[in-house]
Design a protein around this ligand. Structure first.
Ligand code: ADP
Ligand code: ZN
Length: 723
């Protein structure tokens, strides 16, 4: 099985539960698979499909996804096909013929086909070995996405009594689960439920004080990565998309009110990386299987926690670190309450209220967000630091905020409740800038009463007061602060207020790393490989991720394979992709290595014009340099980093070449050897190692030569004495 996993899909290992599930399927048991997005469900029927003699029938509700899956399988060398309403008649009949002749191993069909008697007769003519029902929750009215067509599936099951069925879904609730088993008529099914935790996602919820600015910062952090911004209304999606476009971001709106063609086009552009950002209502995402979405932002409050989990779940399917950020304001809460108030059915209204309360609890949480989500989904979860939510990443402490709150509210009142956060904070901190002076606010008694508080800290407290409802903030581009009735009664009654604040100086906020060593890959090489990937993808009219995922490119940019054998070790490289793509990717890698100081290949090194450009050096190179500077030998650095000694050497050379400084003392050969090597370089020129090695003989190691040359160059660049 592992052999086939590598040969067809390019993977070395199974993800959790995959192997167990596959072995049950191969034993012809009915199975129900509950796994989160990105858990690797598809493989659970695709691998068995390759082992069964006959054909595997896959029922899938979304036409776009179907095509994506089939394209992906084909690029891996698996004969796959699809039948749905979009296919021209002639092509459809061709697919039917191929299926009947056993030339297709995996056939995707749309559920509505199953109602057609002609189609059923066609299916009866096939040698079916396995039936897979994707997105199986669509069969349940309890689910969020009921599709009446899915009720046809029971008949399908009945017409193939001996054929095992595998049902797969990312919706885990109990009623849905029971519904699937009953509606599909699964026989003594094996049920597999994996953890719904998404360890590579970082969750953060922040006050919505200046959302556009916050959004811009997030997008900058994820520059070049795909992002989905969810907004509450159609109009809002268009506004935000416009605001982003005006600031030079590549963004499009998406909502159910747009022409179907335009919607399809936008979706396609997103999948093909022709547009980076989609600002959408929750209508967007169902048909999207894009594995490399790096950021999901809820610009407005979501309606339910399930929805929030589903939508954030569209980030990071490829397992790489991704951010999920929600902006929360009491104003949004009121808006939602207003809408709930409009619901006529009492029971429905009650339900909606409960759902909203759960969302608000999530937002107000002072404990781990992930723990809350997991418990909400019915999983028990340890109360330890998850390391991947804003609460765990920035531990907080409670403090008595009565006095500071009084000061902030007074400042807002004294300045006439017409200004935003920054202005009020300036007044509190006694910043007598022009704006403050022209209004005479530098003469107010509140001017400078919080001089001792850091301005960021003050701003955060203002936001907390907004979150707590003591201050109200209107919308618009320059939101102003008003003291709410609640805030006035707080002042009048001399109430006490406890708030939380960050415990220590804020650590750098970062998405969690999955701990893979490959995270220290060479980013410049990665960019070159990504460019090649895009070129090939555009050529073939498929999304870039179907050529190789980011993970595969990162591994290439880390291990820098030099030949087909080394290339075949990269995750995601199966037989077909090795055959089709290795040559072009290897060429880029080899050229890159030559251009960047592989010792054997260095011909002309610009000794005289060193570039002071340490910042341009990739993380990987810097990491090697840092370890060497800690006193590690070549061998130890290679061991520590899981790269070859040759690569370490080339990293260090590159580092010096770019103007970095290395402590080479511990790598230096003995004094007399050093002198002899130096003399040889002076004699033969220092551009190449080979002539010097030839001259000195085999007794001298390549590493020694390289170290001495680096030292010579450093001296030239920095003018330091030797030793
Ligand atoms: P799901 O349908 O559960 O959301 P997918 O089947 O789309 O998940 O798989 C998610 C990602 O994980 C895909 O990019 C897929 O290529 C990858 N994947 C699946 N199985 C493995 C495996 N055994 N090793 C590494 N990656 C895998
Ligand atoms: Zn946490």
């Amino acid at each position: 099985m592992l052999e086939q996993l590598k040969a067809y899909f390019g993977f070395d290992r199974f993800l959790p539960l995959q192997e167990e599930i596959i072995s049950k399927v191969l034993a012809k048991r009915d199975t129900l698979v509950l796994m989160p997005t990105g858990g690797g469900k598809s493989l659970c029927y695709q691998l068995p499909a390759l082992r069964f003699k006959g054909l595997t029938l896959v029922v899938s509700p979304l036409i776009a996804l179907m095509k994506d899956q089939v394209d992906g399988l084909r690029s891996n060398g698996v004969p796959a096909g699809l039948l749905n309403s979009t296919l021209p008649l002639q092509e459809a009949s061709q697919v039917r013929d191929q299926a009947r002749e056993g030339k297709i191993k995996i056939l995707y069909v749309a559920p509505e086909r199953l109602a057609l008697p002609g189609f059923r007769r066609f299916l009866q003519s096939l040698d079916v070995s396995l039936i897979a029902i994707d997105e199986a929750h669509c069969i349940s009215e309890w689910g969020h996405d009921f599709r009446p067509d899915y009720r046809n599936l029971k008949a399908l099951r009945e017409s193939f009594p001996g054929v095992p069925v595998i049902a797969l879904t990312a919706t885990a609730t109990e009623p849905v689960r029971e519904d699937i088993v009953n509606q599909l008529g699964l026989k003594k099914p094996e049920i597999f439920i994996s953890s719904f935790d998404r360890p590579n996602l970082t969750y953060a919820i922040q006050p919505k004080t200046e959302p556009l600015g916050a959004l811009l910062r997030l997008l900058e952090k994820h520059q070049g990565g795909s992002a989905i911004i969810y907004r509450f209304s159609r109009k809002a999606t268009e506004e935000t998309a416009l605001e982003l476009s005006e600031r030079g971001f590549n963004a499009l709106p998406y909502h159910a009110g747009l022409e179907p063609d335009l919607r399809r086009e936008t979706q396609e552009k997103f999948i093909r990386d022709q547009v980076q950002i989609v600002v959408a209502t929750i209508a967007f995402g169902m048909g999207i299987d894009k594995p490399d979405v790096r950021l999901v932002v809820h610009y407005d409050l979501p309606k339910t926690v399930e929805g929030y989990y589903q939508e954030t779940g569209r980030a990071g399917r490829d397992g790489l670190p991704s951010d999920c950020v929600l902006f929360y304001s009491p104003g949004d809460r009121s808006k939602q309450e207003y809408f709930i108030g409009q619901i006529e059915d009492n029971e429905e209204q009650e339900k909606a209220h409960t759902k909203l309360d759960q969302v608000l609890t999530l937002c107000d949480l002072q404990t781990c967000r992930r723990a809350y989500l997991m418990e909400y989904l019915g999983e028990s979860w340890p109360k330890t630091d998850c390391g991947g939510c804003d609460i765990c990443l920035l531990p907080r402490e409670e403090f008595d905020a009565t006095e500071i709150a009084q000061k902030i509210l007074s400042a807002a009142i004294r300045t006439g409740e017409r200004f935003g956060v920054n202005y009020v904070v300036d007044v509190l901190r006694g910043v007598a800038n022009k704006a403050v002076r022209t209004r005479g606010h530098h003469e107010l008694p509140v001017f400078g009463i919080s001089r001792d508080v850091d301005s960021d800290e003050l701003k955060e407290m203002v936001r907390s007061l907004v979150t707590n409802g003591l201050l109200a903030q209107n919308g618009g581009e320059y939101p102003t602060l008003r003291v709410s009735p609640q805030g006035r009664s707080f002042l009048n009654n001399r109430d006490k207020l406890t708030l939380t604040r960050r415990k220590q100086a804020a650590p750098v906020y970062q998405a969690t790393s999955n701990g893979d060593r490959e995270t220290a890959y060479d980013t410049k090489l990665f960019d070159e490989l990504a460019a090649l990937r895009l070129e090939i993808a555009t050529d073939r009219e498929v999304p870039a991720y179907q050529i190789f995922g980011n993970k595969a490119l990162q591994q290439m940019a880390f291990h820098m394979p030099r030949n087909e054998f080394e290339f075949s070790k990269i995750s995601g490289v199966g037989d077909a992709k090795l055959r089709d793509f290795s040559e072009r990717f290897l060429l880029v890698i080899n050229e890159y290595m030559q251009a960047n100081g592989q010792p054997e290949a260095v011909e002309r090194v610009p000794v005289s014009a060193p570039k002071k450009k340490v910042r341009g050096i990739s993380i990987s190179i810097r990491e090697s340099a840092a370890l060497a500077n800690q006193g590690l030998s070549f061998e130890e650095v290679a061991e520590e980093r899981g790269i070859t000694e040759t690569t370490v050497r080339s990293h260090l050379e590159r580092f010096v070449q770019e103007g970095g400084h290395l402590d080479l003392g511990h790598l230096m050969p003995s004094e007399d050897r050093r002198i002899r090597i130096e003399a040889a370089f002076e004699e033969m020129g220092e551009a190449r190692l080979t002539p010097v090695r030839d001259f000195l003989g085999e007794d001298y190691a390549w590493d020694e030569l390289a170290v001495v040359r680096m030292e010579m160059r450093q001296r030239q660049y920095h003018g330091q004495p030797v030793g």
